[in-house]
Each structure stands twice: as C-alpha cells, then as structure tokens.
Design a protein around this ligand. Structure first.
Ligand SMILES: Cc1cc2nc3c(=O)[nH]c(=O)nc-3n(C[C@H](O)[C@H](O)[C@H](O)COP(=O)(O)O)c2cc1C
Length: 200
C-alpha cells in the first residue's frame, strides 16, 4: 500500500512532522509512506489563468498515484495552519487529486487537546465540493507532543502507540473498502469538474 504523509505545516521543526516520520518507520512493513512537504509552496493567490505552480502539480500527482493520504495538522488559534489551508486551496483549484481519496487525519499539539479543533475544521474542509475526500471517522490526537517521543523518535506511551496502531490498521481496511465504492465515482468526478465557485 502506497500512502502520502502530508506534513501540514511550514515550520522547520514540527512534532507533527515527527509523528509522520514515526509512522513511516513504525509501519514500514504495512505500508510505504512517503512524506510530502508543503512548506515551500507559495501562498494561494488564485491565478486567473488557473496555471498552478509546478510544486502543486507535483504534489497532486503524488496524491493521485497513492492509495491514500495521511494529513498531519498542528493547531493555531483553534484552526489548521494557514500553510495547510493554502495548500488545500491549491489542491482544489481546477484539479481534484483528493476526490474519493482515503484520508486519515493525525494531529499533534503541545497542550492537552491535541489539535482536536483543527482536526474538526480539516474534516469540514475535506468535504468541500472540489476536494470531497473520503475521511476515516477515527481521529488520532497526540497531546503534549513535545514530551511524546524518545531520542530515537519513537512514541513512548504504550496506550498512545497502541491506539495509533489500531487506527492505522483500520485505515488500511478503510483504503480497501473505499476502493470498492466505485459506482458513483465517475459521476462525482464530473460533478466536481462542473462545479465552479466563480460562476455561482
Ligand atoms: C499562534 C499560536 C497559536 C496556537 N494555538 C493553539 C491552539 O489553538 N490549540 C493548541 O492545541 N495548540 C496551539 N498552539 C500550540 C501548538 O500546538 C504548537 O505551537 C505547535 O504548533 C504544535 O505543532 P508542531 O510541533 O507540528 O509545530 C498555538 C501556537 C501558536 C504559536
């Protein structure tokens, strides 16, 4: 199974990136997880000719080729980071790489709530007409993320990594189930293509 781990931040140092790196290593025998960065993308600016930056089309191609995507989001002021919001706007501007794509959301934060509000907001964004991803109902929240890893980058708390293991196993099943939900796929794709916020 080929998965993309989308690092939802433009910070150089990030516990969300650390979590995705941990998953990449820890689940190596279950899936091939490629980490993809959004940190060098320009801020979304709605080019009138709909010409997308090369980096955006590269990320879109990787997502399209993958069986699923894991998005790791920090939380700023109860929201997803501006960098992630901007990346999703690019990834829905005349292109539809996330359509019906199985997505697992993870989030890490320094406090106790572990990015729960950002995750809810991300869920809502992923349901937008030009994104329409298939999002796993379970959520994985990593609270106190600065203290969560040992020096080798492994999660130290047994309950926490057992929970991540279980959710990831469910995600692998979810990816397989989503592949089978193909009856409406062509229609949904046409609907997304015909949808245009600019001519409502
Ligand atoms: C401006 C700002 C706002 C923040 N707001 C929240 C918040 O609403 N909820 C939360 O759990 N953490 C909040 N934090 C703390 C973040 O969890 C933490 O700084 C960090 O971004 C965690 O993710 P990272 O390690 O991947 O960067 C905030 C931090 C900053 C700098």
């Amino acid at each position: 199974m080929k998965l993309i781990g989308l690092v939802g931040t433009n910070s150089k140092k990030s516990t969300n990136r650390q979590l995705l790196q941990y998953m990449q290593k820890h689940f190596a025998d279950k899936a091939d997880i490629e980490l993809v960065e959004i940190k060098d993308l320009p801020m979304f600016n709605k080019p009138a000719d709909k010409k997308l930056p090369e980096q955006v089309t590269e990320i879109a191609a990787k997502i399209e080729a993958a069986d699923g995507v894991i998005i790791g989001t920090p939380e700023y002021d109860h929201s997803v980071p501006a960098a992630l919001m901007s990346a999703l706007a690019w990834l829905s501007y005349g292109i539809y790489p996330l359509l019906n794509k199985p997505v697992m959301i993870t989030g890490a934060s320094y406090g106790t709530l572990g990015s729960s509000r950002a995750q809810l907001q991300l869920r809502q964004m992923l349901n937008a007409p030009e994104i329409k991803a298939s999002v796993l109902p379970d959520e994985f929240l990593l609270s106190h993320s600065l203290e969560a890893f040992d020096k080798d980058g492994n999660l130290t708390d047994l309950d926490t990594f057992q929970k991540l293991d279980a959710i990831f196993d469910d995600f692998r099943i979810f990816v397989k189930i989503t592949e089978k939900l193909s009856s409406a796929q062509e229609l949904l794709h046409k609907e997304a293509e015909n949808f245009d916020w600019e001519s409502l």
